[in-house]
Design a protein around this ligand. Sequence first.
Ligand code: PGA
Length: 252
Amino acid sequence: MKIIAVADYQEMSEKAAQYVIERVKNNPSIHLGLATGGTPKGLYQQLINDHQTNFTSYIKVTTFNLDEYVGLAPINPASYHYYMEEQLFQHVDINRRNTFIPNGVAENLKQECQRYDEKVLLEGGIDLQILGIGENGHIGFNEPGTPFGSTTHVVSLTESTLRANAKYFSSEKDIPTHAITMGIATIMKSKEILLLASGLSKRPAMKRLLECAIEESFPASILRQHPQVTIIADRDALPKSFQSSVTEHSRV
Ligand code: PGA
């Protein structure tokens, strides 16, 4: 694992954008795995700025999102379809036919999960997966206890995730209790992973990711077995021993 420590959220976003832009330039048909939530918003803003000033093109890029809430249609402002439109897609030259997000309002959710995994496979997999990390160690919406071998599936969101997400909904009754998430095995098949973390609230999770055992009770820990992970995190999010600028952390 390569760990790049940065000063703050702004620098994390800028560094992450440089990383993604370099990959897109090297491979204009890259398959990006995208995350939602508060963490990657700054990265997406930087990609938009760069697209507008340097004209980096996304016309041939394919994207797969990690997750979507069950029961939220794409026109729902709290859905991740809506988020992606607002935060990135409508501001760059991406072809909507090449963007994939699980359908949270599919009639048959189980079939939808299967279809999503097949689509990832059919398109040739993910080259670079962008990840955030939950305070409870979730990646995507793979909550603690999710089998490491899981493929895309429907999850019941934990109390901790519901609390963390409450700020995105106007009332408690609107917070979805279930989501479709790309599975841990699906995420682990990505050729490369870029994990972003910012803020003190993420430090306990980052400490556990970097220092503790690999176990299903802490989903992100599996990333230590991936051959190609880069972490860009601000100093607030990192335990003390990882706060120098670049650290190589050997895989376990
Ligand atoms: P956040 O969520 O970016 O909103 O902190 C990250 C996650 O839960 O994976």
